[in-house]
Design a protein around this ligand. Structure first.
Ligand code: BGC
Length: 927
């Protein structure tokens, strides 16, 4: 008996050992670590971060044995050496979850200035675990007004009474400085700084950063963003000097074409707080206060966003940001307290930077001046290196295009003077780059230089400036004009993402026009990593919403006219929803849900029996309007009602995504009710009645799902008739254009959409390309070789709205679209058609890179795709399905990674797991 029980115990312990070693073998870290660690809306190791409750995202490396995530663990600590085992802030523990994006921090409360370290590991589908990732970090900025001990400071720049072209006060740029001594050895230094205006800061003669016009543009009466710089390496032992240049910028400068708001602006000011931590742990703090001195007698004499900069080198103050400078003649600054009404918050997206350099491609002389052609319409400033003689004043002008006689076309700058002046203090080559203005231009004209020297192309370089985001996707095809269109779209994006989404970058507007943003936003998300850019601007939209729920025409609102427009204000439902579809991040819905609801109530308040009276810009700039109006022919009431229904629908969808069932029902019922009234009022049997029958009226009805099922087909037939009546050309303005591709795509009219897209004649996308466009224009006919410029001065040559077609190019031509929010399920469904023989796109989605590249060779269709780990894809492969297709060069046999779900006559539907695949199919004759 004893013997038997011992034997049993022995067997059990052996089994136990085997089991333990099996388990520990499973636990052993074997997989490559997670990469691309980001927090919140895509920040990598940010300094001066804005949010004490961030979310965490990471990507699984694309490996053969990494198909999906089965679990993760995040550890967060106040010091890197505490990771991974002694995480003092948060240990998520192993979570059995596929979630690898937007995981909310749930640890100790984080505070202003706190530095935080984190890393993550994951388990794959086979429960194998990865190594711990690299340690990433973030540091919070000053999160509360009460963190600020500094005071606003500045000179009284109204005193001089310099009057601008709209009788507005011009504030001379100021130079502010302070010399201070530190008594100890420094361990780290942080500069927290912002301005009512725009600034550039230096410490001990060295630039602190290459940011352009920080802090950027927000609704200043509600919120001003603050910036954090790590200046540890710029602080010296003993004496130090900080110097800040300050100009009016958006805050105190002329902005908007209406005079009344700019007659009496608040004087520009800075706020800065330099916090020093010494090696012995002690702290010192240098504040903006009454000990600072300032002058307006520096070289930048004037600076205005619209009008340009005037610089006099004779007034340069060498070394004014160093200890040796004597500021005896400078004035003491005025000091103002921080108010509680204006929130000071760390910037929640990236600052503007000079991102690309463009060289001059051609120069020529015109009427004694030299014109430099960069061959690309761009936004930013020129870097000028030109020979001058002492006392000469260089005049620098800009134009987006030349008139047919070779002169500068500047009528479309309207009231913006957009001219810089530079006065030389000595003979020789000067180097100048305007600091507190920006321009939209392809051509630069110089006059007033040393004419004894031969002009050279390298006198002018274009510095392209935009918010510091990176490329997120690429699109290429076999058609040069389609590639040019893609390039024009991307240049439109670069040109109009100057801290806020602008309508145009060159004339006396450059404002956050909500309609334009609504229309172009979705396309921007394919081409650039702009989630944080949009999330930040949406905060400004929330802050600008009127008490009655209306959304102003422009955000930040500088018009203060309380006016609202259907299709413009709807930016507040459309953009959050589109971002959610691209990212899968519920935060964007949570943050904006109340704004959406208030906006829908506003729609309700402007409707009678659910028919809208809101009106306003309507289908703005519709081509060939019968009524001759910029607002096009489509009924304003029809447009307003359609957007009312659409916003109610998006609010319902948002409620559903957030698990708010009651609100979902409420808004879904409202959507259906408005849709019914819409149909009853404007349609009979799918045909528009009583109001003008336009392409846009059908597009709105079909895109927003406003017709009863039995009438949809008939409405589509009427839409096709309207397009045919226009000789198969579009007749859509800002609101209709993005819906054209959406509706034709969704209703299977791909051939017709290709026809419209590849049209060469007016109105079409290629028409402007045929006239030499290198950006998207405001009007379908801003310029033509035969007729010259559109006579209306409102004629921007860099207006991104019609670039909205970009979304369709990625989603339909190349075929990459999300099936579920955030691309957890991806659809790859390319739509090859004449005249294209190939197209390819790649997009960074939250899980990694998705690519789709197709080519037609003879009767074969080649499709190469990349599907990132932790997703799956539904691939629709065009094919003659009577014949098998090749997968990676061999006859397709169903396997774990590629499964055949369905086949129609001309398409295989496949379910594909992460990986890289090559498909080759045979095309039907008519494909
Ligand atoms: C802007 C537009 C804007 C419009 C409103 C224009 O001046 O440049 O793009 O949406 O006004 O209709």
């Amino acid at each position: 008996m004893i013997h038997k029980s011992m034997q049993k115990a022995f067997t059990i312990s052996i089994l136990y050992v085997v089991l333990i070693s099996l388990i520990s073998c499973k636990q052993k870290e074997t997989l490559e670590k997670a990469n691309d660690l980001k927090i919140s809306e895509g920040f990598e190791n940010p300094l001066g971060f804005y949010n004490a409750i961030p979310t965490f995202s990471w990507k699984l490396p694309a490996l053969d044995n990494n198909k999906s995530q089965s679990a993760y663990q995040i550890v967060v600590a106040s010091r890197p050496d505490l990771l991974p085992n002694k995480a003092d802030l948060w240990n998520s523990k192993k979570q059995n979850s596929a979630k690898s994006t937007w995981v909310k921090y749930q640890g100790e409360k984080l505070k202003s200035r706190q530095k935080v370290y984190w890393q993550v590991k994951y388990w794959n589908q086979d429960k194998e675990s990865s190594f711990w990732s690299d340690i990433n970090h973030f540091e919070l900025g000053l999160l509360n007004n009460s963190d600020w001990k500094a005071k606003w400071i500045g000179l009284d720049t109204k005193k001089e009474k310099i009057i601008g072209i709209q009788k507005n006060i011009l504030h001379r740029p100021q130079y502010l400085r302070k010399n201070f001594k530190i008594s100890n050895t420094i361990a780290s230094a942080r500069l927290y700084i912002t301005a009512k205006g725009v600034f550039d800061v230096a410490l001990n003669g060295k630039d602190v950063s290459d940011d352009v016009m920080p802090p950027g543009y927000t609704p200043y009466k509600k919120r001003i963003e603050t910036i954090t710089y790590d200046v540890t390496n710029l602080i010296e032992s003993g004496q130090n000097t900080i110097g800040v240049e300050l100009a009016a910028g958006w805050h105190s400068g002329r902005l908007g074409w209406m005079k009344k708001f700019w007659l009496d602006t608040e004087t520009p000011k800075i706020l800065c707080q330099l916090e020093l931590t010494m090696k012995d742990g002690s702290k010192e703090i240098i504040l903006s206060d009454d000990s600072w001195k300032a002058t307006t007698k520096g070289p930048i004499r004037l600076a205005s966003i619209y009008d340009g900069e005037t610089y006099d080198a004779n007034l340069e103050m060498p070394s004014w940001t160093t200890n040796s400078f004597i500021d005896k003649t400078w004035e003491h600054v005025n000091v103002f307290p921080i108010s509680d009404d204006i929130r000071l918050e760390p910037k929640r997206h990236t600052t503007v930077k000079s991102k690309i350099k463009l060289t001059t491609k051609q120069i020529f002389e015109k009427d004694g001046a030299i014109i430099f052609d960069l061959e690309q319409n761009m936004v930013g400033v020129p870097l000028i290196k030109v020979p001058m003689k002492k006392g000469q004043t260089l005049k620098i002008r800009f134009a987006e295009m030349l008139s047919p006689d070779g002169t500068f076309y500047t009528e479309n700058y309207r009231g913006a003077l957009s001219t810089n002046y530079y006065t030389a203090k000595e003979d020789g080559i000067i180097e100048y780059m305007p600091k507190f203005t920006f321009h939209g231009f392809r051509y630069v004209e110089l006059s007033g230089f040393d004419t004894s020297k031969n002009p050279s192309k390298n006198w002018v370089t274009g510095l392209v400036q935009y918010s510091d985001f990176e490329k997120n996707g690429t699109f290429m095809s076999s058609h040069p004009k389609l590639n040019q269109l893609q390039s024009n779209i991307v240049w439109g994006l670069r040109g109009n993402f100057f801290d806020i989404p602008t309508d145009c970058p060159q004339r006396d507007e450059r404002m956050g026009w909500t309609g334009d943003a609504q229309v172009f936003g979705p396309t921007s998300m394919f081409n650039a990593d702009v989630y944080k850019f949009w999330a930040s601007w949406l905060q400004s939209v929330r802050e600008s919403q009127f008490d009655n729920g209306g959304i102003p025409w422009v955000v930040p609102d500088v018009l203060y006219n309380n006016k609202v427009s259907a299709g413009w204000g709807d930016v507040c439902t459309i953009i959050p929803w589109k971002i959610y579809m691209r990212t899968g991040d519920e935060k964007v819905l949570e943050e904006n849900f109340e704004m959406m609801k208030a906006w829908v109530s506003f729609h309700e308040s402007k409707a009678k029996n659910y028919i809208s009276t809101m009106g306003f810009f309507a289908d703005w700039l519709q081509p060939l309007p019968e009524n001759g109006d910029n607002r096009g022919d489509t009924s304003k009431s029809l447009i307003g009602t359609a957007f009312f229904a659409h916003s109610a629908n998006l609010t319902a969808k948002t409620a559903k995504a957030l698990g708010k069932t009651k609100e979902f029902e409420k808004y879904n019922t409202l959507y259906k009710t408005v849709a019914k009234s819409f149909e009853k009022k404007f349609f009979v049997n799918g045909k528009v009645i009583k109001v003008a029958e336009t392409q846009t009226s059908y597009l709105l009805a079909l895109a927003f799902g406003l017709l009863s099922d039995q009438h949809k087909e008939s409405a589509k037939t009427h839409l096709l008739r309207k397009i045919a009546e226009a000789d198969n050309h579009l007749r859509t303005g800002f609101l209709g254009t993005p819906l054209l591709s959406e509706v034709l795509g969704a209703t299977g009219e791909i051939d017709l959409m290709y026809k419209l897209l590849f049209n060469e004649t007016y109105p079409s996308w290629f028409y402007s390309i045929n006239q030499g466009a290198t950006t998207i224009w405001e009007r379908w006919n801003s310029y033509s070789k035969e007729e010259g410029f559109n006579p209306q001065k409102m004629n921007s040559l860099n207006h991104y709205a019609y670039g909205a077609i970009g979304e369709w190019m990625y989603e339909r031509i190349a075929g990459i679209a999300p099936i579920e929010a955030g691309y957890k399920k991806i659809r790859i469904a390319p739509q090859p058609r004449n005249p294209l023989t190939s197209a390819s796109a790649s997009v960074q989605v939250p899980f990694g890179n998705v690519a789709s590249s197709w080519q037609i060779k003879g009767d074969k269709f080649h499709l190469n795709i990349t599907i990132p780990p932790n997703t799956s894809a539904k691939v629709l492969l065009p094919a003659d399905t009577n014949k098998n297709f090749l997968l990676n060069g061999s006859d397709f046999v169903e396997n774990t990674y590629v499964k055949l779900k369905y086949k129609s006559k001309d398409e295989f539907e496949l379910l594909v797991q992460p990986g890289v695949y090559k498909f080759t199919s045979n095309l039907n004759k008519d494909q």
